[in-house]
Design a protein around this ligand. Structure first.
Ligand SMILES: Nc1ncnc2c1ncn2[C@@H]1O[C@H](COP(=O)(O)OP(=O)(O)O)[C@@H](O)[C@H]1O
Ligand SMILES: [Mg+2]
Length: 178
């Protein structure tokens, strides 16, 4: 396993969290995902998530490039119970599915006649485009033999408008087809 020194990134900051993990930006290029709660399986799950990400990446599914599992000494974090390992992956600048839907909902609230509004058409177009990309990546993952835990258009992706590219994230609950 590669042993890059991530210790030098002393000031990580939180950029997201979900049910299982907290994700910290640790440099221009990388984020570190650490388990939110140190339950007995958390280390194993993190490794499993990394392995899945690696297979997906190597088979051409669009995911943030996985770097590996690295030991970290408390990165200066106080909100987690001294995680000892982190899943390091490429940082993707963009909008997550949940952010997309949050913005969409506020847009609807401030625009009561949103259906007639020209920007709604824009939103709709963007929505359909992103959804199509999402479904394509999920389809590829299934073809490789994965059972995506929740293959709904549910927010576990990042849309990079800059790169015009959608990245699947969060494989903690995924399984292999048996
Ligand atoms: N590679 C990444 N680049 C940028 N942000 C990320 C990356 N991975 C995760 N995030 C952010 O962290 C949040 C939580 O990550 P996720 O893997 O979904 O954790 P959980 O397993 O707890 O749901 C995401 O919704 C997103 O905002
Ligand atoms: Mg998630």
């Amino acid at each position: 396993m590669k042993t890059k020194n991530f210790q030098k990134y002393l000031l990580p900051y939180e950029i997201g969290r979900g049910a299982e993990g907290i994700v910290y930006k640790i440099s221009d290029k990388y984020v570190a995902k650490v388990p939110r709660i140190c339950y007995p399986d958390s280390k194993k799950n993190l490794r499993k998530e990394f392995e899945i990400a690696k297979v997906l990446f190597e088979n051409g599914v669009s995911v943030p490039e996985p770097e590996g599992i690295f030991k970290i000494r408390n990165l200066g974090l106080t909100s987690v119970i001294i995680p000892s390992e982190a899943f390091i992956m490429e940082y993707i600048k963009g909008k997550t599915g949940s952010e997309f839907f949050r913005d969409y909902s506020s847009f609807r609230m401030v625009n009561p006649n949103f259906i007639e509004s020209p920007s709604f058409a824009g939103y709709n177009e963007e929505y359909n485009h992103i959804k199509k990309l999402y479904e394509e990546e999920i389809k590829k993952a299934k073809e490789i033999g994965f059972l995506p835990f929740d293959a709904e258009f549910n927010g576990n992706y990042i849309w990079s408008a800059e790169r015009s590219k959608l990245y699947l994230i969060d494989f903690g609950m995924w399984e292999w087809e048996t």
